[in-house]
Ligand binder design. Structure first.
Ligand code: GTP
Ligand code: MG
Length: 319
């Protein structure tokens, strides 16, 4: 089955690139068109061109550290006369951007025995519930059985929202009433997933409690409680980040990482930002893999993160 999935992934590449480019239309308009404008007509490399690239990176949310790193590398290459013209410089930029994402695009591997538990965490509005729904679709496409747990018991509409995603995917949702203990909902869901031999349990959580301390305590309790049933759970703790948050996303992620053992990132709403640079800033600052990116609100608008596709999608022009 895994071979099939791999084949499909390879065969689907051109289509996926097109889809990704469409989803990243804003990023491309914002970033790639500015790149194109920079290099259009620029035949020789001069300081002005390097300065313009630096400004573009900063204003596209790459962050100061990443921008400095890229510009330093380019400047050294220019000084060594490694780059003959502007096109060579653009190529070098592509290579450096790819290098930054080298260890970033990692598949979410879930292949242990028993139900594999995925915990969705993140601030309110980041896209946890939506991503849980899209992930259910993703795993069903791989012929895995999925159960959803409505661990957001704080927000009144949260359970209904997850149930809607469940119905869309023909996937059961384990839920209790608003105000119920989140850890006990997820504990029950894991018991159900075990007894019914599900492959994957995806647990939604609240994004906002009365304060950050309460939220972190709730997340810690969820982990503690489910480990009573399976000490290897949760097998994945996905921190969901809204890509339009910009540089604040880093501080936000760090706040979660102090209290919860985050294993990977999902970057949502990449379709809604002209500033794809946050992808680079985040991975460099946090050292976490990006497993998926969200590029819309539909069921299949969640894509496994592919560094090369991403860099090409944001660097290529409007073809
Ligand atoms: N355009 C776009 N919208 C998205 C994406 N992911 C999520 N959204 C939208 O973002 C909004 C918030 O998403 P939710 O999934 O409810 O966020 P949440 O993290 O569960 O929020 P709380 O439950 O309040 O903590 C919804 O309107 C989603 O449709 C994405 O990749 N692209
Ligand atoms: Mg939610």
């Amino acid at each position: 089955m895994m071979d099939n999935v791999a084949d499909q992934a390879t065969q689907g590449k051109p289509g996926l690139l097109a889809r990704l480019k469409q989803g990243l239309a804003k990023t491309r308009r914002g970033f790639s068109e500015q790149v194109a404008a920079l290099f259009l007509g620029a035949k020789v490399i001069d300081q002005a061109l390097l300065d313009s690239i630096e400004t573009l990176l900063i204003t596209s949310d790459f962050g100061v550290a990443v921008t400095r790193d890229v510009i330093d590398r380019l400047t050294q290459q220019v000084e060594r006369k490694d780059l003959s013209d502007a096109m060579a410089l653009k190529n070098a930029l592509r290579v450096h951007l790819l290098g930054l994402l080298q260890n970033t695009a990692t598949d979410l591997v879930l292949d242990g025995p028993g139900p594999q538990v995925i915990l969705m965490v993140g601030v309110n509005g980041a896209g946890k519930t939506t991503t849980a729904g899209k992930l259910a679709h993703h795993f069903k496409q791989q012929n895995r059985s999925v159960l959803l747990a409505a661990g957001d018991t704080f927000r009144a509409a949260a359970v209904e929202q997850l149930k809607t995603w469940g119905a869309r995917n023909d996937v059961d949702v384990i839920a209790q009433h608003t105000g119920a203990d989140s850890a006990s909902v997820i504990f029950d869901a894991l018991a159900a997933a075990k007894s019914r031999a599900f492959d994957v349990l995806i647990a939604d959580t609240a994004g906002r409690l009365q304060n950050k301390k309460n939220l972190m305590q709730e997340l810690e309790k969820i982990v503690r409680v489910i480990r009573r049933q399976d000490e290897t759970a949760p097998h994945s703790v996905l921190l969901v980040i809204d890509a339009t948050t910009g540089q604040n996303a880093i501080a936000q992620a760090q706040a979660f990482m102090t209290d919860v053992e985050v294993t990977g990132l999902v970057l949502t709403k990449l379709d809604g930002t002209a500033k794809g640079g946050v992808v680079f800033a985040l991975t460099q600052a946090l050292g976490l893999p990006i497993h998926f990116v969200g590029i819309g609100e539909a069921l299949d608008d969640l894509k496994p993160f592919d560094a090369e596709l991403f860099v090409d999608a944001i660097l290529q022009g409007t073809d």
